[in-house]
Design a protein around this ligand. Sequence first.
Ligand SMILES: [Zn+2]
Length: 70
Amino acid sequence: MGIIKLIIIALLVWIGFSLFKKLRKPKQNLEQSSPSNNKMLACSVCDVRIPENEAILQDGKVYCSKEHLE
Ligand SMILES: [Zn+2]
């Protein structure tokens, strides 16, 4: 009887812990993967390197700013 209770408690703790880990994982993954996902692109006008999310993409070319886009 006591052993079964212990197993159930251990199982519940393990389930709770794995759920807690699952809830925390997406945040950690985002923090870890965002810097590596941030590809650096070179401006086709001045060759300055800028993060992909800040770059202006037009006609398959990369621009660092609106001034270089024109
Ligand atoms: Zn530029």
